[in-house]
Design a protein around this ligand. Structure first.
Ligand SMILES: [Fe+2]
Length: 407
């Protein structure tokens, strides 16, 4: 019998992330204000789908739905982590990316071209078509790869802290957020949760904490935690990169949590077609919707197109940290509108309609992730010939129309 997790390590002994002052160079009219939704009052055990639940959570539901319909993004507060706990996680992210020898990172490389993000993506991995050097590095985990053997030597002691953080995202923040969205759509409070957590219970079943250090009994989800650093872009590459750290796109899955940091750059596309900066919301997370959530709600909610602009001049020389928690639907969930009158009566439509008419098979969540992952960083080939000069099928054209609908 393997020993269970050692106790939490003391993250306050790590070198803290040196928080940069906020920029003073972005004019006020270039920001967009997001709706701030407080989820602290949501008690999962007492949730029902009756009028009393709707009334007692009316403010959170209204704000969330208003924000998500408008831009695909909201800010969430009251999610049960203190600013200090968040800072400690940023310190851990810095440690994982900056203190591990490059040689050791190579032994823990993520098999990205095989479809797994678990492990390191080092700088220079992507050969960009514009020739610019890739200055981003990250270390990623799925719940089932939160194992001692997958951590670098000097970080093994932090396994319990990482597991606890993943658990908090999955079992605390995610079901509360999904309950608010479900109720806002007119569905049962746990309708979306059941599509994100195999088994559908709000109980913290199969917890990561206390699991053996090299074996996690986790089949519930493919949630995905990323500790990332955007290093400054080389001066000679700025123009090649069109002054962007990351071009415009939508996330592929259901929801993404972005932990707060002060380096500006994240922009979202408004309904008026303008790119606007997202402010720094201290101690709060920015939550964005991905493609899969748009599809499954029949377009009642939209994925939020976003990009990362290079930081403004007063922050451009500073490393930009990030902690992202990506959440997909369960792999086998079909991405057609939920079969419920609340969706159809409000005009929810299947975005794959035309794709199916041309012979496409029902698109499952994991198939969409694989399909769209292949297109990351690639521009659509205009016209009706593919990269090999062959005529694109009507089915492929229909799928491209969906993939590139916001680009
Ligand atoms: Fe994104």
């Amino acid at each position: 019998m393997e020993a269970s997790n050692p106790p939490l390590a003391d993250l306050s002994s790590l070198e803290p992330w040196d928080v940069a002052p906020e920029t003073k160079m972005i004019p006020e009219d270039q920001y967009i204000d997001l709706e701030v939704v407080d989820i602290s009052q949501i008690n999962l055990e007492s949730l029902t789908s009756t009028t009393s639940t709707l009334l007692s959570h009316a403010e959170a539901i209204d704000k969330a739905m208003r924000g998500l319909k408008k831009t695909g993004f909201i800010v969430v507060k009251g999610f049960g982590l203190t600013s200090e706990e968040i800072s400690h996680q940023f310190a851990l992210g810095k440690f994982l990316n900056s203190s591990v020898p490059e040689e050791e990172k190579k032994t823990l490389h993520a098999a990205i071209n095989e479809g797994s993000w678990a492990g390191y993506k080092t700088q220079g991995y992507y050969k960009r078509p514009d020739g610019g050097y890739d200055t981003t590095e990250h270390y990623d985990l799925y719940p089932y790869t939160a194992l001692e053997s997958r951590l670098p030597q000097i970080a093994k002691q932090y396994l319990p802290n990482i597991r606890q953080f993943i658990e908090h995202n999955h079992y605390h923040i995610l079901p509360r957020l999904l309950a608010i969205i479900s109720l806002g759509l007119g569905l049962e409070h746990d309708a979306l949760w059941k599509l994100h957590h195999r088994g559908g219970s709000y109980e913290a079943d199969h917890p990561l904490s206390g699991a053996p250090k090299d074996n996690v009994d986790w089949v519930h989800t493919k949630d995905h935690l990323r500790y990332i650093i955007y290093h400054p872009v080389r001066e000679e590459d700025r123009e090649k990169k069109k002054y962007l750290s990351l071009p415009g796109h939508t996330d592929l899955g259901s929801v993404t949590f972005l932990y707060p940091q002060t380096i500006a750059g994240l922009q979202i596309l408004t309904a008026e077609g303008e790119w606007k900066y997202v402010r720094h919301y201290p101690g709060q997370i920015v939550v964005g919707l991905g493609d899969s959530m748009e599809f499954i709600t029949g377009g009642l909610l939209k994925a939020g197109p976003h990009r990362v602009k290079e930081p403004p001049e007063d922050q451009r020389h500073i490393d930009r940290p990030g902690m992202f928690y990506f959440v997909p639907f369960l792999a086998e969930v079909p991405l057609s509108p939920i079969n419920h009158p609340a969706i159809y009566k409000k005009g929810g439509k299947d975005i794959f309609e035309e794709y199916y008419q041309h012979g496409g098979k029902p698109m499952l969540s994991n198939e969409w992730l694989v399909e769209r992952s292949k297109l990351v960083g690639k521009k659509r080939i205009e016209g009706d010939l593919d990269e090999f000069g062959q005529k694109k099928s009507a089915m492929r054209m229909a799928l491209e129309d969906i993939s590139y609908r916001y680009m």
